[in-house]
Design a protein around this ligand. Structure first.
Ligand code: SD4
Length: 342
């Protein structure tokens, strides 16, 4: 599969057409030129972001809130059985347990997260409940599952026969080595897309700006496959895997979470944008900071995706192979190479 596969130029899906005069005005005022910011807009990591964005766009295109858009969007790969790195069917840890991490952040700076949570298929929605219905930011492990069940989420077995088989295959050597993704996957390429290769890590990080100019973000993952039981990555750590400042922009990350946590990556990207850097430049500087502090990190993958207050989007990654998907009134299913601006 050509990793520079662009899905640009697609026509608007009829069911997703922009509606509402406020939206039309917002879109018109920000211009249509490629590379110019657009509002409303949503972007998300990897090619499965295309399908996730479309769910988010249903919210944004009808005047909805960015927070609802990112939650609805993130739920798509969480439910996708072809996706072994997010939600249900995620690859388990080395003990065969599927443990999920997620975080969400709104335009007011409110945030919620769950980490190492088992048996609940939609961690992003539990993270939102933590944000909205508890005095806390982060619930972990059994406490997160208990809270979710109290909130009415069903308790489920998340290990699918396919993931179980992959785990048993892995147990033959039981070697843990984070592998850098270097191919764009083909799953979720659209109707008829075929399941892609079984990489051991891909997170969905999603950022949206709504017609009112408000930003929100979401990040959800099953983390690194075959990790130690209890390991938590960057995705549920506010400031590492996700950060949103409604005055400036938002950022999210994917890849080897340990490298992102060490550098508080997403917060760094937002702070760099605050200093005047473009989203792409800010992501590049955050990647370079990781590499300056730890040159061996060049062997793993970390990717950042950022959106500023005008809807400009940019990304950067350590290695080739990172992609992100973008969706606005002009384009519903555009996939771009990681190191780029839109
Ligand atoms: C983690 N950052 O748990 C996640 C995994 C990931 O692409 O993003 N993979 O470290």
């Amino acid at each position: 599969m050509d990793r520079r596969r662009f899905l640009q130029g697609a026509t608007l899906a009829s069911g997703l057409a922009l509606s509402g005069s406020g939206l039309a005005k917002a879109a018109a005022s920000t211009g249509k030129a490629s590379g110019a910011g657009k509002v409303p807009r949503v972007c998300s990591t990897w090619d499965f972001g295309v399908a996730a964005n479309q769910a988010a766009w249903k919210v944004l295109s009808t005047g909805g809130r960015a927070l609802d858009a990112v939650e609805q969007g993130a739920r798509v790969p969480e439910a996708d059985l072809r996706n072994h790195s997010v939600g249900r069917a995620g690859y388990p840890d080395r003990d065969g347990k599927v443990t999920l991490d997620a975080s969400i952040m709104d335009e007011h700076g409110n945030c919620g997260a769950v980490a190492a949570m088992e048996h609940i298929a939609h961690p992003i929605s539990v993270a939102r409940r933590v944000m909205e219905r508890t005095p806390h930011v982060l619930l972990v492990g059994d406490g997160a599952t208990q809270f979710a069940i109290e909130q009415g989420f069903p308790r489920e077995e998340l290990l699918t026969p396919e993931s179980d088989k992959a785990w048993h295959e892995w147990l033959k050597t039981a070697k843990y080595k984070p592998v850098a993704n270097s191919e764009v996957k083909t799953y979720n390429a659209g109707p008829g897309g075929t399941p892609g290769d079984a990489s051991n890590h891909d997170t969905i990080g999603m950022l949206a700006i709504d017609a009112h100019g408000n930003l929100s973000g979401a990040c959800t993952t099953s983390g690194m496959a075959w990790k130690m039981h209890g390991r938590v990555g960057d995705s549920p750590i506010i400031g590492a895997g996700l950060y949103v400042d409604n005055d400036i922009g938002g950022a999210t990350s994917t890849g080897v979470g340990e490298e992102v946590i060490r550098n508080v990556g997403s917060f760094l990207v937002v702070e760099l944008m605050r200093q005047g850097r473009s989203p792409e430049d800010a992501c590049r500087e955050a990647v370079e900071r990781i590499l300056r502090r730890k040159p061996e990190a060049k062997g793993v993958q970390v990717g950042f995706l950022a959106m500023d207050k005008k809807g400009n989007v940019g990304a950067w990654s350590i290695q080739k192979g990172f992609s992100y998907a973008i969706c606005d009134a002009d384009r519903q299913d555009t996939l771009l190479p990681g190191k780029s601006t839109y």
